[in-house]
Design a protein around this ligand. Structure first.
Ligand code: HEM
Length: 129
């Protein structure tokens, strides 16, 4: 599989995850029955694996062990990518328990902005110029 296809799976995985996150969140807020929410969360966790696997593949292809001026930023991109996933999980968990969600949302906003800026804006490979 070439890197364009890998990047496409990466993008499709995280965009689907964000959509399912919103769906699960709205369902939690509407007090829907547990079961379908659980199923969405299971799908979300499979998507996390895909996101990390495709992200790691891109990382090892483009940055690991290769002289690149973007090495540091690519490591930050990967760490912040995992942070996005953690923030999604945290926000859903807080919503489920009826706890304050602000810290979850704040982390999600910061990490998402960072990862999109690094992925689309800074790092040289992938789709957008
Ligand atoms: C929900 C979490 C994540 C989001 C929203 C995200 C977002 C992005 C975006 C927007 C790009 C640029 C794609 C393109 O231009 O084609 C990208 C590429 C990349 N991502 Fe992620 N990512 C996430 C998680 C991860 C993780 C966990 C890793 C590492 C384990 C990772 C590693 C990479 C690498 C190495 C690239 C290639 C960078 C380049 O364009 O040169 N990402 N990601």
């Amino acid at each position: 599989m070439d890197h364009q296809q890998m990047a496409l799976i990466h993008i499709l995985s995280w965009s689907t995850a964000i959509i399912l996150f919103v769906v699960a969140y709205v369902m939690i807020k509407q007090n829907k029955v547990e079961k379908p929410i659980k199923i969405i969360q299971m799908i979300l966790r499979v998507l996390y694996l895909l996101i990390v696997a495709t992200g790691a593949d891109l990382f090892f292809r483009f940055y690991f062990g290769i002289q690149s001026e973007f090495f540091a930023e690519s490591v930050i991109k990967a760490v912040v990518g995992v942070w996005v996933i953690a923030a999604i999980e945290m926000t859903l968990a807080k919503a489920k328990k009826g706890k304050k969600e602000f810290s979850g949302w704040l982390q999600l906003a910061i990490s998402l902005i960072l990862v999109l800026a690094l992925g689309f804006g800074r790092l040289p490979f992938g789709f957008l110029p």
